[in-house]
Design a binder for this molecule. Sequence first.
Ligand code: CS2
Length: 487
Amino acid sequence: MNRLNNNILQDYAGPARLPAYDRSAISPGIVHIGIGAFHRAHQAAYIDDRLGEEPGWGIIGASLRRSDMRNALMPQDYLYTLAVRHGEETKARIIGSVTDILYAPPGNRPVIEAIAAPSTRIVTLTVTEKAYCRNPATGDLDFDHPDIKADLKNSDGAQSVPGLLYAALSMRRRNGQSPITLLSCDNLPDNGGTLARVVTQFARERDPALARWIEDNFAFPASMVDRIVPATTDADRDAIEALSGYVDAWPVVTEPFSQWVVEDRFAAGRPALELAGVIMTDDVGPFEAMKLKMLNGSHSALAYLGVEAGYVTVADAVADPVLARFLDAMMRDEIIPTLTVPDVDLGAYAKALLERFSNTVLKHRTMQIAMDGSQKIPQRLLGTIRDRMAKGLPHQRLDLAVAAWIRHLCGRDGAGNRYEIDDPMARQLSEIAGRTLPDVLALGNAVLDLQPVFGDLSDNARFRDAVLAQLRILFEEGAVTAMAAVR
Ligand code: CS2
């Protein structure tokens, strides 16, 4: 069977939809940092929809940490299959918007040069929360981060995202290139502002004049992105090969739903994204709060409670009526009353989320969502708890979700099966678990002391007692009983 690449497009007669444009006419206008499954199922698909009309917005992808994506896609001329699955149906489409993938550690010079190139007008990012190298509780750049320390001394390249963008923007200025747009597509509150903050804080240390040039001229629009994209499995590869009639080393599998809301503030033009279904707006804030707190907040609660209860996938977990009822009540009773989103029926949004979670063909692993909890808990759960506390309203379900994260750090599910903690703070978190367990309260107290995660809540006795109470029930009775016990 042939490998997917430009040559096979000509005579391809299988069911996968082909790019609706001539790939040889495409030139790059976007550099995307962090070219993983999510980008390929989301932004790259929206751009693919525009390339027939606007061929100057091709994407150069960059991977900072791993070479596997480049190695898989280079022999395919960077083509890949996007498979949208629902029930028995799979709709396959070949995406052609990625024209190159760069991987060049440790200094990432080719990535820096690509961002500095005159043709680049937008840089998009999906690098996950931890790559912003910020203190999750304050949002400021973490100057103690080893990559930031190294990059502040390096005049030859960079390995962190803030350092890399600093180096690239500095090169743009030296070369007389104009300002551009840096568009964060990560699940962070005010992701545009967050990116602007870490880049300018980094730049200020190295070159205050450059920092001012960036602040005054570059655009950092906020955006809300949403599509559930599990890691691709070998079974997915086999199924797509059987369906499409070609070999694709790294297809992406996703759900039908997709949403992208972007603040319409660009420094050097943009594709007509609204014609590809993107919502362009002045204020992303309400959408972002809705998505982060409802979807991602429920996802994290479901992941930690679900792993404890032995559920491997999201769909298995929400098939448990106790867990589904718990999430529904957490969203309706505790999260929705803290949100105001114009023209959106939040009850219907909650219902749609539970339906999306129950998509059994997706095989979205609870352990995948459970990773990086220290970076996710603040914006997904703690912000809502603060809102509830400020109004004197109860928040037991959110407390239980936080307790479930702490419970997760012991490295064993409810049946005693071991797993690794995957988190940038893993070493510190495992050290705490090793030092304190089997004393559950000591574990809880030590984790709740972590300022970078809990900020002011570390000093809040009511919050602490509430989480500790839930933690004890979790260890003694398990997640299902603990969820059923919340009234
Ligand atoms: C998930 C997200 O892994 C996770 O933490 O909550 O990746 C989620 O699937 C996406 O944000 C959905 O848009």
